[in-house]
Design a binder for this molecule. Structure first.
Ligand code: NAD
Length: 302
């Protein structure tokens, strides 16, 4: 089996002071990558700031003989994102790998979801991915190489009661990835998404105790290491992972039905009549990008 060797690579892991990010940062460093350990060090709901979280992980990496520098910026601001990338450029001269991992939770049912809690969660997960990825992408494009890993959630992919803010933000990352996979293709920048389930402070009151014990972040990191490597030639993949199980999720399109020749506008009743066929997911198709959708419209386009 070919070894994954990250020697000479420079990685940024956001939210690497705890949980999954800490594990990713340590294992990337063990594989030879020089790592920027970013963490703002706040509470689970994103309040407060402490340098201790990032410092501790940097110490751990150095104690293992690896190379790492800390960064304490907030991913959710443009200046924070720029400074995180600048930390990598100043210390190591480039960015090869970016793991967008920082996250917070503010769960509430949607009827009680105040603007503040909506914005806080969307800002860290979605805006945060924009703020850090933008300057990193610019550097990767210049270097003709990049591996970007987004962290989504089954809450967004499939739905989870009480997590409208989080689910919306996490699905935003899929849209961002769908475009980055196209815009990065020419520059050997691969962007992929992980959908983990693992024990951390975000899941300690969600997972049953016996599962919490078992679901170590360790199970997630091998996937991140592969997606961060040169060997990964795919882009735009969404991979579920937990406890040694890995599978792909994707947006698929059903066969659909033609209710018109492309000239006559169908009646609402015709839509109602055909509803079972419209919603059928038999033999679904995968479109790699929007223009491919036109391929199924064939005769309607003339
Ligand atoms: P965690 O709370 O242990 O780690 C998240 C880290 O991000 C914390 O150390 C926190 O200080 C840091 N952080 C938060 N806001 C930040 C900001 N604005 N700037 C910089 N750092 C910030 O949680 P975790 O479970 O390890 O979560 C990691 C990622 O995985 C998150 O994006 C989370 O949504 C995602 N995720 C986790 C699970 C799971 O089962 N644990 C499931 C799906 C998705």
């Amino acid at each position: 089996m070919a070894k994954i060797d990250l020697k000479g690579r420079v990685a940024i892991v956001t939210g690497a002071g705890a949980g999954l990010g800490r594990q990713h940062a340590i294992e990337l460093a063990k594989r030879g990558a020089k790592v920027v350990v970013n963490d703002m060090g706040g509470t689970r709901d994103g309040v407060g700031h402490s340098d201790a979280a990032a410092n501790k992980v940097v110490d751990e990496i150095r104690a293992l003989g690896g190379e790492a520098v800390p960064n304490y910026d907030n991913v959710a601001t443009v200046s924070g994102g720029e400074n995180i990338v600048k930390t990598a450029l100043d210390a190591y001269g480039k960015v090869d790998i970016l793991v967008n991992n920082a996250g917070i939770l503010r769960d509430k049912t949607f009827n009680k979801m105040e603007e503040e809690n909506w914005d806080a969660v969307v800002n860290v997960h979605l805006r945060g991915a924009y703020c850090v990825t933008k300057p990193a992408f610019v550097n990767m494009r210049e270097n003709g190489y990049g591996r970007i890993i987004m962290t989504t959630s089954g809450a967004g992919l499939f739905g989870n009661f009480g997590q409208s803010n989080y689910a919306a933000a996490k699905m935003g990352l899929i849209g961002l990835t769908n475009v980055l996979k196209l815009e990065g293709a020419k520059y050997n920048i691969k962007t992929n998404v992980i959908a983990p389930i693992a024990a951390s402070r975000l899941t300690e009151d969600v997972l049953p105790p016996q599962l919490f014990e078992k679901m170590k972040p360790d199970f997630i990191t091998p996937l991140v290491l592969f997606l961060a490597s040169e060997q990964c030639q795919d882009s735009g993949m969404i991979i579920n992972c937990t406890l040694g199980y890995y599978s792909r999720s994707a947006v698929l399109t059903g066969p659909g039905v033609f209710l018109s020749d492309g000239h006559r506008v169908p009646e609402a009743e015709e839509v109602m009549e055909a509803w079972d066929k419209i919603k059928s997911m038999e033999n679904p198709k995968y479109f790699d990008q929007l223009p491919e959708m036109f391929s199924v419209l064939g005769p309607l386009l003339s």
